[in-house]
Design a protein around this ligand. Structure first.
Ligand code: FDA
Length: 300
């Protein structure tokens, strides 16, 4: 029930616009690193000091105007330059709908290519985040086209999709982030229960660890993390074949612990004015995250 409510709210354009106007509110500042690049670089330096790498997300999605998509592209290129200039250990995560996928495929592709080309100059990796099932195939098409010319791109496999196993096999030679999946998907295309999603998540992780190039295991679920720790030990998989990833602001102690135990760790660092949809999805995933909101409300 709450999940549906927050997913519905995350897609509300009017509330999204209002949120952009009023800055980080409702507790979002706990899980969003800042509204500008300078604040974000500062947060990244702090994480890097603990041996934690970062993937930076200039927040924004479901853009329907070309000017907004172009603005997003320019901002991401600025972030790439900032990573390079500041020598921080970071790469980029981006969403195709922010760069115009709902407007026109070629327009979106050209925006992405410009970003990937710039990042390639500095050997910076670009991760294409995966969104809902309507955008799944076109996002893979973009990856297919980009990877003909560039090797600094990868993407995400969402374990709730029935076709995730097929896709992980197809893209095994890419750097892949494996997640459970964050959107509300219909029963025709995706597993619906936690039990089924978790079982498929573990199956995909194990397969990719054994057969793939590099796995970013992105989860806050300590059951999965403990399973992975046991599995890599038993299967003699070296630490340089994978990393753990978590979102900025979540389970900070566990993030630091995993990094100090010698695992590669990468924090997903969202920043920018367009925080509303991202924040609502985090509330949908785990209504206990509302605690963050309440704490912030009393912490003024
Ligand atoms: P889940 O929410 O299923 O929680 C399982 C258990 O873990 C809980 O019952 C609890 O015991 C424990 N737990 C979880 N969070 C906790 C907390 N904050 N504190 C204490 N215990 C906690 N999705 C997508 O569709 N496309 C994408 O591109 C991405 N990208 C992405 C990047 C990164 C770095 C992450 C971490 C996640 C994504 N996701 C994503 C989101 C992902 O699909 C998924 O929705 C969320 O990570 C929530 O699922 P979890 O696996 O984290 O655990």
């Amino acid at each position: 029930m709450l999940k549906d409510l927050f997913i519905g709210l995350s897609q509300n354009q009017l509330l999204n616009k209002a949120a952009q106007k009023y800055g980080l509110k409702l507790g979002a500042q706990t899980v969003v690193a800042g509204t500008n690049i300078e604040e974000t670089i500062k947060s990244i330096r702090e994480l890097n000091a603990h041996g934690i790498a970062c993937t930076i997300d200039n927040l924004g999605e479901f853009v329907y105007k070309k000017e907004e998509a172009t603005e997003a592209k320019e901002k991401i290129i600025e972030v790439i330059e900032a990573i390079h200039d500041n020598h921080v250990d970071a790469h980029i995560s981006l969403k195709p709908t922010q760069l115009g996928l709902d407007i026109d495929y070629d327009f979106c592709f050209n925006n992405l290519e410009e970003i990937v080309e710039r990042a390639n100059r500095y050997d910076i990796f670009i991760n294409i985040d995966m969104e809902d099932h309507n955008h799944l195939q076109p996002s893979f098409d973009i990856l297919d086209d980009l990877s003909k010319r560039y090797d600094n791109v990868g993407t995400v496999i969402q374990a709730y999709f029935f076709n995730s196993e097929e896709n992980i096999k197809k893209y095994k030679d890419f750097r892949l982030r494996i997640v459970k999946g964050a959107y509300k998907e219909p029963a025709e295309v995706a597993y619906q229960t936690k039990k089924d999603i978790d079982a498929n998540f573990i199956k995909l992780i194990e397969w990719h660890l054994l057969n793939g190039k590099f796995a970013s295991i992105a989860t806050h679920d300590h059951h999965i993390i403990n399973h992975v720790k046991r599995f890599v030990k038993e299967s003699n998989i070296p630490n340089d074949k994978f990393e753990f990833q978590m979102l900025y602001g979540f389970r900070k102690d566990l993030q630091l612990q995993l990094a100090s135990e010698g695992y590669n760790f990468c924090t997903y660092v969202p920043f920018g004015k367009d925080w509303y949809g991202y924040f609502m999805r985090r509330l949908a995933e785990r209504p206990q995250n509302l605690n963050l909101v309440v704490k912030q409300a009393f912490n003024k």
